[in-house]
Design a protein around this ligand. Structure first.
Ligand code: MG
Length: 157
């Protein structure tokens, strides 16, 4: 068994929705990003790559590559799962944490959890989603952006 962790941050910008775990959530701002800026999926991809010893998201999906402009981050996750499969590894569970003052994800928590579980081909009970503010401290507390952390366990398939 191998463990991996991932972190991602994106700034808010113009727009009316954010993508979180592949779910579109209406918000007062959008995300500044080359792809769709889904911090939960980006942190998850980095955790999976880390667990497998396969580097990081920037190496595999560089933001200098026009292929990934506006990309649905689910594509990054799908491609990463293929890399893990080639390495003879499967995902056991994932624990995700969103750090943001807003949007509050309570109403979408189950939808995000189910969607991430679907993308990982895991039962929803093997994917956990937590959320916290930073008590109004720092760039997250000022609502300048949002961040996510992910921890995963993988094992031989
Ligand atoms: Mg990112």
């Amino acid at each position: 068994m191998r463990v991996g962790s991932g972190v991602d941050v994106h700034a808010f910008g113009p727009g009316d929705a954010v993508m979180l775990g592949g779910v579109r959530i209406a918000h007062s701002h959008g995300i500044v990003a080359h792809s769709d800026g889904d911090v939960l999926l980006h942190a998850l991809v980095d955790a999976l790559l880390g667990a497998a010893g396969l580097g990081d998201i920037g190496q595999h999906f560089p933001d200098s590559d026009a292929r990934w402009k506006g990309a649905d981050s689910a594509r990054f996750l799908t491609a990463t799962l293929q890399l893990l499969a080639q390495a003879g590894q499967r995902v056991v569970n994932a624990d995700l944490t969103l750090l943001a003052e807003a949007p509050r994800i309570g109403p979408w928590r189950d939808a995000i959890r189910s969607n991430v579980a679907r993308l990982l081909a895991l039962p929803p009970g093997c994917v956990n989603l937590k959320a916290t503010t930073t008590e109004r401290l720092g760039f997250l507390g000022r609502g300048e952006g949002l961040a996510a952390m992910a921890t995963v366990l993988i094992d031989a398939a």
